[in-house]
Design a protein around this ligand. Structure first.
Ligand code: MTE
Ligand code: MO
Length: 558
């Protein structure tokens, strides 16, 4: 054994996957080195034998660019599977225990791009088209977490700049490319366990003589919001989930307009037999374990029956942006974003929650002791309603704050399931004592939305402080104190108290005030706190004066 050039970093756990596993099951501990990278291969003949991609994976419907229907075509799925397993693709990038690149986009999604070009046909140009739409529709300052499939969130200063998020700043979570659907050629099918299966065009949905309109402010939250706090504590599920290392911006609020899904189901004569769940199909293609599929999830009928599921065509008074599901998406109030299917092409009434992977294999909330080697899907709770949570958008962690006894803070608070933030509290001492944000400093109270807030947090002390926020919802639920208490293998639902570290400089303290004035007089910049000050911290006169008045450092014997 010899030192490697990165020996110190490996020993400190800073190089991720290069550490050997220690097997302690025998009398001697055995080190198992990380596996070799898989060899590249491509079986051209096998791929060719599958057939012509332009025929196999052609445009499904006129005016639906980038849409391949997989769910009704097992042969098509089999062909795609054959292509994907007849060649190698690069592995998932390992950055959970190493540094995330300092670029925007943060991650490029190379594997997804290669999967799309490997399938070809209608999917060939999807990555390019999708990126063009991002540049057209989203704010220039969006943080592009993943270029393709596109995942993006607004920077902290813009997350809560308005209580209703402007469309260009609303976060985006995509599992595949963006289908470009022409409104004139649009319709969706409602079938399965309903009396009279039917298709609906947009004009039919918008016919107010048939269906009353519905307008509602709704907060959409990805269950991966604030995942980065879990990732930086401990890595978790190392597949597609960490492709969305969200900070606090995977949440947004908009006013949606559309119709209640309940009315549409009634128009089809209602559910029959043991119809109990509604399955939604999205027109995008999702790649998972060498399979191609449409994005698919379901919600229970009870949720629909309560008029809490909308088919929406407008977002903040404008037609849905392409990136948010144009021309029609589902909006499920108070559930995780994952259930609000975009680019809806089909709704199917079924008798049990869908077995599609997004519902049955992902968005699961595991107990803390469940992980890679002992996990069963049934150990996880399928996440629907999000618990109460909150976050501080300003200041940022590790910032130095000069103040006069209180620190200006801003952020959001939200609770799922139709509960709303009733009280927001902040602590400047790591969660020992809490100050309540006055109700007038919270944005409007609504059943299905977050509330943004502002607060001058009292703080006397000087130096590093832990600032925490917590919310109490109207059912008096609140948040666990620390990430560790809620850490889970799937890295979902980071609802622990959001904590930032600030360096407090309190100008109310005479010594601090004098020092800052001294610095200003001498034109000493407010350098980073880690850089030593270039002016003395105390005059020698003062120093000597102190010792003339006080006992010396060491005590004499009597
Ligand atoms: N068709 C389709 N619908 C989808 C998704 C998707 O990838 N495809 N992502 C879901 C997830 S996980 C979330 S959090 C929300 C995000 O909605 P937004 O992109 O409009 O903010 O959309 C949901 N609907
Ligand atoms: Mo999500």
């Amino acid at each position: 054994m010899e030192n490697r050039p990165d020996e110190w970093k490996i020993e400190q756990g800073l190089t991720g996957a290069s550490l050997p596993v220690l097997d302690m099951t025998g009398p001697e501990t055995r080190a198992i080195p990380p596996a070799e990278v898989q060899k590249e291969f491509k079986d051209e003949d096998a791929i060719k034998a599958v057939g012509d991609p332009n025929e196999l994976f052609q445009m499904e419907r006129t005016g639906w660019k980038g849409f391949v229907e997989w769910e009704e075509y097992p042969e098509k799925k089999a062909a795609a599977h054959k292509i994907l397993t007849s060649q190698s693709f690069p592995g998932a990038p390992e950055y959970q225990m190493t540094e995330i690149p300092a670029t925007n986009p943060l991650l490029d999604g190379e594997r997804w791009k290669l999967w799309h070009s490997a399938i070809g046909g209608e999917l060939t140009v999807v990555p390019n088209d999708s990126w063009k739409i991002v540049l057209e529709e989203k704010h220039a300052d969006m943080l592009h977490i993943l270029q393709f499939p596109y995942n993006g969130e607004p920077p902290k200063r813009l997350v809560t700049s308005k209580p209703v998020t402007p469309n260009p700043l609303h976060f985006v979570r995509n599992h595949g490319g963006i289908p470009i659907i022409d409104k004139q050629n649009y319709s969706f099918l409602l079938d399965g366990l309903v009396s009279h299966p039917q298709s609906f065009t947009l004009d039919e949905l918008m016919d107010e003589t048939r269906f009353p309109r519905m307008k509602k402010h709704v907060t959409m939250q990805c269950s991966g919001t604030r995942r980065i706090e879990q990732i930086t504590r401990y890595p978790g599920k190392g597949d597609e989930l960490p492709q969305a290392p969200w900070a606090e911006g995977a949440i947004g609020t908009a006013e949606y307009e559309g119709v209640s899904l309940k009315k549409i189901i009634k128009a089809c004569g209602g559910l029959i037999d043991d119809g109990k769940h509604l399955e939604f199909f999205g027109a995008d293609t999702y790649f998972k374990d060498n399979e191609c599929m449409n994005y698919r999830v379901s919600v229970p009928w009870s949720k629909v029956k309560a008029n809490e599921v909308m088919l929406a065509w407008n977002m903040n008074g404008e037609p849905l942006p392409k990136i948010h599901g144009y021309p029609l998406r589902v909006v499920v109030f108070g559930y995780i974003g994952a259930r609000s299917v975009k680019w809806l092409y089909r709704i199917k009434a079924i008798n049990a929650p869908t077995r599609a992977p997004v519902q049955s294999k992902e968005y699961l909330y595991f107990p803390q002791q469940v992980g890679k080697y002992n996990m069963r899907l049934t150990d996880g709770i399928q996440i629907q309603e999000m618990p109460v949570s909150s976050a501080i958008m300003s200041p940022w962690t590790k910032q130095v704050v000069i103040h006069e006894g209180s620190i200006r803070c801003k952020g959001w608070a939200y609770s799922g399931g139709g509960r709303w933030p009733e009280r927001v509290e902040l602590s400047a001492d790591g969660g020992f004592s809490w100050y309540t944000v006055p109700p007038e400093n919270l944005s409007k109270k609504r059943k299905w939305t977050w509330r943004t807030w502002e607060f001058d947090l009292p703080c006397d002390v000087e130096g590093w402080i832990d600032v925490l926020v917590r919310c109490w919802d109207n059912a008096l639920n609140t948040q666990p104190p620390d990430v560790r208490t809620a850490w889970n293998w799937g890295l979902h639902v980071t609802s622990s108290c959001h904590t930032i570290n600030l360096y407090s400089v309190n100008k109310k303290h005479p010594a601090t005030r004098a020092r800052l004035e001294d610095m200003e007089r001498n034109q000493v910049p407010l350098a980073p706190i880690t850089v030593p000050l270039s002016i003395p911290s105390q005059s020698w006169d003062d120093y000597e004066k102190f010792w003339r008045k006080h006992d010396p450092r060491d005590a004499d014997e009597d």
